[in-house]
Write a protein that binds this ligand. Structure first.
Ligand code: SF4
Ligand code: SF4
Length: 92
């Protein structure tokens, strides 16, 4: 495993709740493969495969929406997940 990836155990006080449904998708036709979503995501949710971005680990998403705003071609579709959040912390 990539040593640069954050592990759940490295973030004490945070519990990730499995997403109730898919809430981030990538339009592969619109994606230019620039990698901005990969770089901006602190949770390492995205990866590049065959020159396109894809959602690899949605369960780690912290719902910051940075991937949505950083994607200039508008290839990332982000919807706030229904029925709760993807993670919760002890500090609110
Ligand atoms: S930021 Fe958008 S265009 Fe760039 S790799 Fe990610 S999805 Fe593709
Ligand atoms: S919303 Fe934030 S944490 Fe979730 S995939 Fe996008 S950049 Fe990563």
């Amino acid at each position: 495993m990539d040593e640069s990836l954050r592990q759940f155990e490295d973030i004490p006080g945070v519990v990730w709740v499995p997403p109730p449904e898919e809430f981030i998708t990538v339009d592969r036709d619109a994606c230019t493969g620039c990698g901005d979503c990969v770089r901006v995501c602190l949770a390492s949710v995205f990866r590049l495969r065959e020159g396109k971005a894809e959602v690899a680990r949605l369960e780690r998403c912290m719902e910051c929406a940075a991937c949505f705003f950083v994607c200039e071609p508008g290839a990332v579709d982000f919807q706030w997940p229904k029925f709760g959040t993807g993670y919760r912390s002890e500090w609110g």
